[in-house]
Design a protein. Sequence first.
Length: 53
Amino acid sequence: METAISNPQNRFPNGDINWNFVDADTFMALNPVNETVDYYYQLFDEIAEELVT
């Protein structure tokens, strides 16, 4: 996620993080299977909260 967040293409023009793009990059990198998709999103939300605070 840190790599995706630091990617300038995953930012809006004002510098805010485009979480949809970060999610897409992270999802593709981890490639969760059907059984782990819900867990992926749970962890994604938790990590995102930690990274922005």
